[in-house]
Design a protein around this ligand. Sequence first.
Ligand code: AMP
Ligand code: MN
Ligand code: MN
Ligand code: MN
Length: 278
Amino acid sequence: MISQVYDLHCHSTTSDGTLSPDELVTRAAERGVTTLALTDHDSISGLEQARICAQKMGIAFINGIEISAQWEKQCLHIVGLNIDPQHEAIENIALNLDKMRNERAEKISQKLAKKGIHGALEFVQKVVGDGMITRTHFANFLVAHCHADTQQQAFDRFLGDGKVAFVSTTWTPFDVAIKSIVDAGGVAVLAHPLRYKLTASRMKKLLAAFKAAGGQAMEVVTGRYNPDEIRILGNYANQFELAGSVGSDFHSPANQWIELGRLASLPAGVKPVWELLA
Ligand code: AMP
Ligand code: MN
Ligand code: MN
Ligand code: MN
């Protein structure tokens, strides 16, 4: 039996990835991925191109999205797997967040202009085309124009929470994001749970709320976690009876630490999310 390689979280040029959906699927297939989900930020517009390419390359493809959601005051990312991208609830979220992201982009650009940095909006609009504008695009602008040496520095100096060009946003309510994914026939997966830097008690509160709202899985293995973190997340998944997902969160070949399909196995005893996707 050929061993299966799943990668259920990655980005294309439809949001803040640097490869087109075609290039991304081709790279995944070349690196041995047998099932790929494309999960662009708040966008479904790369899915059709990716699916056609996956068919050509002979790998399985899952329609995905990564929704920016609001839980209490926290921005969380919720991955939807196996969604019907034409479902009204998903289309509405994509439309609303596109509008909101465009408005936010204007404000970020104005804040940068007040610091003497001009032309950000024009730059990002040109790069993005009709994809979703994210802070990553602004970070790239700042690096390209020598206001930061790296993306990380652009976040640390300008774009990160509370920094000079930060614009606070109200994202999709947490329960609406989950319900929309479920209504569209998908499985809601809490993305990269350790990225939110929650205390153990707040993490438990989040996982209980996520489950109660209809969430069925959480990411246990991502491109960045070490074995201890994977063990901790596996234990949480079992404790809250959530399935475990596996996804690199690949954005660009320029990040040599993260590669499509280069992921650890799920810990024994964690139910794989793909058992829910059949
Ligand atoms: P947005 O959803 O537009 O607020 O942008 C979020 C994207 O920016 C994330 O998906 C990451 O790819 C990237 N990002 C967020 N925070 C950082 C950070 N501190 N350093 C580098 N990239 C970041
Ligand atoms: Mn991103
Ligand atoms: Mn994310
Ligand atoms: Mn992501």
